[in-house]
Design a protein around this ligand. Sequence first.
Ligand code: AMP
Length: 546
Amino acid sequence: MSEQASFDADLMQQWEMTVDRLAVHAERWHGRREIVGRLADGQIARTNWAALAQRARQVTAVLVAHGIPMGTRIGTLAMNSIRHVETWYGVMGHGAVCHTLNPRLFDDQLIYMINHAEDRWIFADPAFRSQVERLLPHCPTVEKVIYLGEPGEAGVLPATATDYETLIADADPAMARWGHFSERTPAALCYTSGTTGNPKGVQYSHRSQMLHTLISGQRDFLGLSARDTLLSVVPMFHVNAWGLPYIAAAAGSKLVLPGARLDGASVYELLETEGVTFTAAVPTVWQLLFDFLSENKLKLTTLKRVAIGGSACTDALVRGFRDGHGVEVLHAWGMTEMSPIGTISGPLPPSLGDPDESTRMAYNLKQGRVPFGVDLKITSEEGVRQPHDGITPGHIKVSGPAILERYFRDDKSAVDAEGFFDTGDIGTVDPHGYLQITDRSKDLIKSGGEWISSVEIENIASGHPKALMAAVIAMPHPKWRERPMLVVKLRPGQTATAAEFHDFLKGKIANWWMPDEVTFVDEMPLGATGKLDKKVLRARFTTTHP
Ligand code: AMP
């Protein structure tokens, strides 16, 4: 080699960033750290990182024995459990792609996803057996179903199905050869809910998953420690549980998996009995927990930090956790296409000095700042970058090594000339670098050529003492084109008038933002990941209000 060539060469080790390294790291260096899971019957199962890695290798060994090639999509239809985490590391360690399916979706959506992904095997919770059997006749690529339970837990099975324990019983972990492929190999697949048209697949590579682990694991973001106990309430089918089973393995945290029971009482029990210090989920889960805590006058005694994301975190939740229980709230924004972390509002930066209580709250309710590894710009309709003045809204576009470049099985690039992906969200960025989401571009209310933020009105209206949930939707208007309508679900036993809500909003929003109508509903439509489904509300009210 010439002298020049040896300078130019990469002289560092070829250490491919494959996710099996996380399992191996946790096994070797945190092997006795516990992993706890709630079973279908409510009992608690216990294992540790060392045992989990060995059983994940057994899953890989089974895939090897059945001649499943790398790159094959293997579906899972399951809640967060020890067996589900074993399956995910076992599938990815083999170089196959773990396709986490959301059991709360409608059959036709699941059928579309399974067929589009051409899943060959599906690992499913025994509780979902009847759902699986409804899907299978429409999913010709699926050869085998494995029920994630004890022998017999899913009942008597047909020849094409087996139970997990029987499947791996004789598998030799030594047959699994992890980490012999490129870090660019696909590892996982998730579909976005698909607000219009068919769902779209986001295929993550080993490299992107590993970098997301390092990016979101930074101290001011999800950063976990070996001393943390993590309860992953957010399901693995919701963007790989926001990467938490990876971050926990990297940090050597204790991992707690809640199974199917996400009601307030069950979540509370795990938080307290397992000594949970960190947890994460969408706002609706925390609302259920708070209802349970206040009904039973209970306190959270071990929890230190909670990540809330997936939809906007409310004032009431921040106050509930922080003032009621001394828990720090990390308000996170992101999406399936971002693996998912985009921004987090956690500890305030020194540039904010020592802010008073209302400023502190205002910053906690913003979506926060980007970690290293995510770049973000806001642009006008024409693609021109907007100032970071905290006032001018723009289309939020993002770039980074854990952000999608194109959808699965789609030839078109999804990024602009600068390599940024359009999130479909609208927001402002302030001089301290804080992003605030003001809307989804499709939910924006365009009144007389100006934008009204549905999210901002919802945040304020949901702070009304009688309100449990609030939604603002655009109603067609002959003069202004669109005007806001406020839809409220009241707390149990409450009654209220439109005037009470108008009075409450007065002075807190611009006059021309004031909803023309206030309507009360018994139930808010929630989508498959627990988020408010405004499509359903819009369809309902635009037809009832000609
Ligand atoms: P999903 O890919 O299903 O996780 O949905 C991503 C979308 O959820 C984002 O594009 C946002 O519109 C919304 N979202 C996620 N987190 C937040 C948040 N903290 N505040 C407001 N909207 C959010």
